[in-house]
Design a protein. Structure first.
Lengths: 250, 306
């Protein structure tokens, strides 16, 4: 049943996929030039013994996964309850809450993966990939995407107006993107901030991605990273399932 | 065969009791209506029947199954036309039907064929490939009805199917629903339009404050709760009130409205003759047959609920 819901989202996506694919390539290309080449020129010593661009790109891939996953979860989920109300139509069909939720999550993972594939291709063209392990950034992106998508689903299913989504982005997504080791090592943050970075999902994705593209060992045990991200995804799923149930079955 | 069976059905939201112990039986092939003012508990009842709202108390069996445990299996055989359209505005008219059909596990090819048939049925074939967003309210409503039929349901639930539509659109929807009824589809609908209930329902219940206050066919309800005819008198004065006393005893019941007086009578001509014998000369006299609206207002009162 989940696949029928995924199918619906894919049919819905078919109308905009061209513009969406284009923007998936434009964004990494611009960042590559702006940050990597521009900023990188000032970071002459590189980081951890590799050029700044090569060091930063894997972090941006994980960060893109987070941005896309949250963006595609926030407004569409709120709209599914509050605007177009498509979830109510789905709940009237023989679908379970879990089918509705999983089908939509599967679509978000699909969007996350396609965006990261685009990024990976552009980044590889700039010669920033040091190892075939770089391909592992894709499953990592899917996992970190799920780790942020499920709590976002829960949040978006709880709020009634979209001004709360602006709060999520300003107080959650943007700080997380800035302080999770994407642009500079987490080690240079003061103690408490460092622990916040460790607690949030993105840094774990960044550390894993960076290890993959540079072909080095991650700062933490990879199993620990994966389990921690899975914990976010799982806990978020339970919360989202509960909120979806509260909205759809009353 | 009883498709919907409810005994002492209750729905509470916290302290608020939306449905307060109702008994309902709907037979196969019947067009059954829930009538009532806003807040009477109609939609809550429909949502329980639609298996998206677990009953708080009482017995509810649909298609001989228990909605508490067999929700998906029951919903597979229901068609639901909700009060608020929840179509995907950015998909085309046809895609709305085909993607929805897939939720029922209907193969793509069958879904496409059925979508074409249904678009023909609701007269939207010409708009099949246009997006839903620019469609008129009546077209969207017809599309929602078509979507509710995509799984060839045993029961079609329609929650206020024509609320908010203009007269032409309403009549077209009624005509389509009447066709469904002729085909033997079981219809369950809620409405607060009396003409809708009279046109479509074989049997109906009037709900008020979560309870059923009357039950029967439209004809039987009129016979029981109203008189055969109603005389509407209009007097050329500021207040109609002063004439109420002078009319006492004419007919079974009298109701004073700000602009006219209603006399509920068995024979309108006879009542008008009586009025004239009392030397009263109203500026306007209208004799009409009693309608379900009279029953409804008698049972649920004229006070605005919301």
């Amino acid at each position: 049943m989940t696949r029928y819901v995924l199918e619906y989202h894919l049919v819905s996506y078919r109308r905009i996929w061209r513009s969406s694919v284009l923007s998936s390539f434009v964004l990494p290309l611009l960042t590559m030039l702006g940050f990597g080449v521009g900023v990188g020129a000032y970071v002459t010593g590189g980081v951890d013994g590799v050029p700044y661009l090569d060091w930063m790109v894997p972090g941006l891939i994980a960060s893109t996964a987070v941005q896309v996953a949250i963006g595609d979860s926030a407004w569409p989920v709120l709209g599914g309850f509050a605007w177009q109300r498509i979830y109510f139509g789905q709940a009237a069909a023989p679908l379970r809450i879990a089918d509705i939720l999983d089908g939509h999550l599967a679509f978000v993972v699909f969007r996350t993966l396609t965006s990261c594939v685009a990024f990976l291709v552009v980044a590889a063209a700039f010669g920033t990939m040091h190892s075939w392990w770089a391909l592992a950034t894709l499953p990592i992106a899917a996992l970190v995407g799920l780790a942020v998508a499920t709590p976002t689903f829960a949040y978006a299913a709880t709020i009634r107006v979209d001004s709360y989504l602006a709060v999520l982005f300003r107080l959650g997504v943007i700080p997380m993107s800035l302080f999770s080791g994407v642009f500079f090592p987490v080690g240079s943050l003061p103690g408490p901030l460092r622990w916040i970075a460790y607690a949030l999902p993105l840094w774990h994705g960044v550390d894993l991605s960076r290890a993959a593209t540079l072909g080095v060992a991650p700062a933490w045990s990879p199993v620990g990273h994966v389990l921690y991200l899975a914990l976010w995804a799982g806990a978020g799923w339970l919360l989202a399932h509960r909120q979806f149930g509260r909205r759809l079955v009353v | 065969m009883t498709l919907i069976h409810a005994r002492g059905l209750v729905k509470r939201f916290g302290d608020f009791t939306a449905v307060d112990g109702i008994d309902v039986d709907v037979q196969r092939g019947e067009a059954f209506g829930f009538l009532g003012p806003n807040g009477a508990g109609k939609s809550s009842t429909m949502r329980m029947i639609g298996c998206v709202s677990p009953p708080t108390d009482g017995v509810l069996r649909i298609l001989d199954k228990d909605p508490r445990h067999d929700g998906p299996a029951i919903r597979a055989r229901l068609g639901v036309c909700p009060q608020l359209d929840n179509l995907d505005l950015e998909l085309t008219v046809r895609e709305n039907l085909t993607t929805y059909a897939r939720f029922f596990g209907i193969p793509r090819k069958v879904a496409r064929a059925r979508a074409d048939e249904l678009l023909d049925f609701v007269q939207l074939t010409e708009r099949a490939d246009s997006k839903v967003e620019p469609l008129s309210g009546g077209m969207k409503r017809r599309l929602t009805i078509a979507r509710a039929l995509v799984n060839e349901p045993d029961i079609v639930l329609l929650d206020e199917p024509t609320t908010g539509l203009d007269p032409q659109a309403r009549h077209l929807v009624w005509e389509r629903l009447f066709r469904l009824k002729q085909q033997g589809v079981t219809l369950v609908l809620t409405t607060h339009y009396m003409d809708e209930a009279e046109q479509l329902c074989d049997r109906l219940v009037v709900m008020d404050g979560g309870r059923i206050v009357a039950e029967g066919s439209p004809r039987a309800l009129i016979e029981r709760y109203s008189t055969r005819e109603v005389v509407e008198l209009r007097f050329d004065t500021e207040s109609q009130e002063v004439f109420a006393d002078k009319l006492a005893g004419v007919g079974e019941r009298l109701e004073v409205l700000p602009d006219r007086i209603l006399l509920y009578v068995a024979d309108g001509d006879d009542a008008v003759a009586q009025v004239q014998r009392r030397a009263l000369s109203p500026a306007g006299v209208l004799i009409r047959r009693s309608s379900l609206e009279d029953v409804f207002l008698h049972l649920t009162g004229r006070t605005l609920v919301d």
